[in-house]
Design a protein around this ligand. Structure first.
Ligand SMILES: Cc1cc2nc3c(=O)[nH]c(=O)nc-3n(C[C@H](O)[C@H](O)[C@H](O)COP(=O)(O)O)c2cc1C
Length: 206
């Protein structure tokens, strides 16, 4: 399977990192077209203390803990509108934008994108391929909400970065991973299944 993953400048670079690692571990994804916005690198520096400006394969593989010679990640520059994901004739399963800023979300919702992330998302919508957005902002204003509804009507799936607690997470990694499992579920990509609710009898209190 081939997928495009975009990282934008919303809070939550850690979601992107874990999603990419789980895609790598799944054994069913052989190519990930990776695109990053300029602000994504700023947020990565702030939140994880990592320098992802102008990354190359070696830097990205090291960040993700992949073998240095791994060919899984194919990095495309944001201004490269001739990149593979910018054409509908290039077949792939779809695209994940994690985390997705309100700026990127608005640009895609308007249909007037200016960079490779916007274009690749637009291509997924026009080709009827899966487009999964993991927006992060709080609170949402009416423009954010209307943009999300608009994108949902156009065929995108909105999976907000709002982790659940019903699996009783002990660590931040537990919280992050549970959300990333839900991302993989949208593409039927296998993982350890720890996110599946198996049903439980819960006694109702007085
Ligand atoms: C540390 C940091 C955290 C940010 N967090 C968010 C956020 O959670 N959601 C959001 O929509 N924008 C957030 N922003 C603002 C976006 O990065 C900004 O709107 C940017 O223009 C988005 O561009 P992009 O979509 O091309 O990445 C944050 C910026 C910084 C520097």
């Amino acid at each position: 399977m081939e997928l495009t993953v975009a990282i934008t400048g919303a809070s939550g670079t850690i979601y992107a990192r874990r999603t990419l690692q789980l895609l790598a571990e799944s054994g069913v994804v052989d190519t990930i077209n990776l695109i990053m916005s300029g602000t994504a690198a700023t947020v990565a520096q702030v939140e994880l203390g990592v320098n992802l400006k102008d990354p190359n394969a070696a830097k990205l593989n090291a960040w993700l803990g992949l073998p240095s010679d791994s060919k899984l990640i194919r990095y495309w520059r944001l201004d490269n509108l001739a990149a593979k994901p910018s054409s509908g004739s290039h077949k792939q399963a779809g695209m994940i934008i994690v985390p997705c800023s309100m700026g990127t979300l608005g640009a895609i919702a308007s249909g007037a994108g200016t960079n490779l992330i916007h274009r690749a998302a637009d291509v997924c919508l026009k080709e009827g391929r899966k487009l999964l957005l993991v927006p992060r902002e709080t609170p949402y204003n009416a423009i954010h909400l209307e943009n999300m509804l608009r994108l949902s009507h156009a065929g995108a799936r909105i999976l907000p970065a709002s982790p659940g607690f019903y699996h009783r997470p002990k660590t931040i990694d537990d919280l992050v991973e549970h959300l990333c499992f839900r991302i993989l579920d949208q593409f039927d990509i296998p993982h350890s299944k720890k996110s599946q609710w198996t049903g439980e009898e819960v006694a109702q209190g007085e």
